[in-house]
Write a protein that binds this ligand. Structure first.
Ligand SMILES: Cc1ncc(COP(=O)(O)O)c(C=O)c1O
Length: 353
């Protein structure tokens, strides 16, 4: 607390990102990064962009990147907004589409940044409890509200929601914006990007941080009707017109054009995920069905928080949330085959001990 902070900053409850310790080399299974490198084309494009033109501002419209995305998704550039990571796109969306007079709906167990944004924007939250098997209760999300945000698949549970359910939620009230956060959709989920042509109140948010193996580049997208995209641009151009630097624009465009490489790495990650689930199930773990590059696990006989600390001592980082309903669960990112073998072995040793 400081006398120099204004009241708004005093009241903030900032997000706490997954730890990035530097004391030794860890196997990092705590922030859902991609264990494989970006495609060779991406690295070449970024290197080629390192030249004298860095003295010039980047394109504030990100026109080339939007055109590449429009081509890939069968949309028009007017349907696309680019941000500095999808966190920025989500923050701008909260500021653009939701108002303090009507609550925004999100699940009790979901991406914890939503609560932070709601708080930042002085919004009321209508928190919807997931059902006992951590599924989204669709009918509750169809009740009146000032807006909805749902990740598909959800984080940290990894479970998806069907397109039909999303349609119901969108159609329940055409006057409110429904945001579907598809950060992890490329690991087995079904995208609703094609629905933006049908519904003027649907905004779909994606990122290059997970599927695109570019968490370090910070690029996220929103897809929606031109009216929604124009709103996001009004907001962005009232804060910072140049959110995406030249290197990020070059690398992101190459990533969007190199779908084949990324499909292969995602398929590999899915295979590793299924193998990991099999091994953990043999040890008596309950694993929530996963459509993501991470799994959410619990064991009836072992304390998740203790396991988290013991794994950390063995140099393996996973994510533990000190939160009601999930305080005996661990979220584990799917790493490379070698990393997951080390994780499985470490867990087996701990469980035996
Ligand atoms: C559900 C969800 N949405 C959005 C993000 C933000 O991703 P980024 O800002 O790296 O694009 C994350 C990151 O972990 C996430 O889990």
């Amino acid at each position: 607390m400081s006398k120099y902070w204004n009241e708004r900053v005093h009241k903030l409850e900032p997000y706490v990102p997954g730890e990035q310790p530097k004391d030794k080399r860890y196997i990092k299974l705590n922030t859902n990064e991609n264990p494989y490198p970006p495609s060779p084309g991406v690295l070449a494009a970024i290197k080629a962009a390192v030249d004298d033109s860095l003295r010039l501002y980047p394109d504030p419209e990100a026109a080339d990147l939007r055109a590449a995305l429009a081509e890939r998704f069968g949309l028009s550039s007017e349907n696309i907004f680019i941000g500095n990571g999808s966190d920025e796109v989500l923050a701008f969306s909260f500021m653009t589409f939701f108002s303090p007079d009507r609550p925004v709906m999100f699940a009790d167990i979901t991406y914890s940044f939503y609560k932070v944004y709601a708080n930042l924007c002085l919004l009321q939250a209508d928190v919807i409890p997931l059902d006992d098997s951590f599924k989204m209760p669709v009918s509750a999300f169809c009740e009146p509200s000032g807006g909805v945000i749902i990740p598909n698949p959800n984080a940290p549970t990894a479970q998806g929601i069907s397109i039909e359910s999303i349609r119901k939620i969108i159609e329940a009230d055409p006057d409110r914006v429904v945001i579907i956060d598809e950060a992890y959709v490329n690991f087995g989920g079904e995208s609703v990007v094609p629905l933006v042509k049908e519904y003027p109140n649907l905004l779909v948010v994606q990122t290059l941080s997970k599927f695109g193996a570019l968490a370090g580049l910070r690029v996220g997208f929103a897809f929606g009707a031109p009216e929604l995209i124009q709103g996001l641009n009004r907001l962005k151009n009232s804060i910072n017109s140049y959110t995406i630097d030249r290197l990020a624009l070059a690398g992101a465009k190459a990533a969007v054009e190199d779908t084949e490489y990324y499909k292969r790495t995602a398929e590999h990650i899915i295979r590793t995920r299924e193998h990991t689930i099999e091994k953990l199930s043999e040890m008596g773990f309950k694993v929530i069905p996963s459509e993501a590059n991470f799994i959410f696990i619990t064991h009836p006989q072992y304390d998740a928080e203790a396991l988290f600390h013991q794994l950390r001592e063995k140099g393996i980082l996973v994510r533990y949330f000190h939160q009601p309903r999930i305080s005996n669960y661990l979220r584990v990112s799917i790493g490379s085959d070698e990393e997951m073998e080390a994780f499985i072995q470490a867990v087996a040793d701990l469980v035996k001990a």
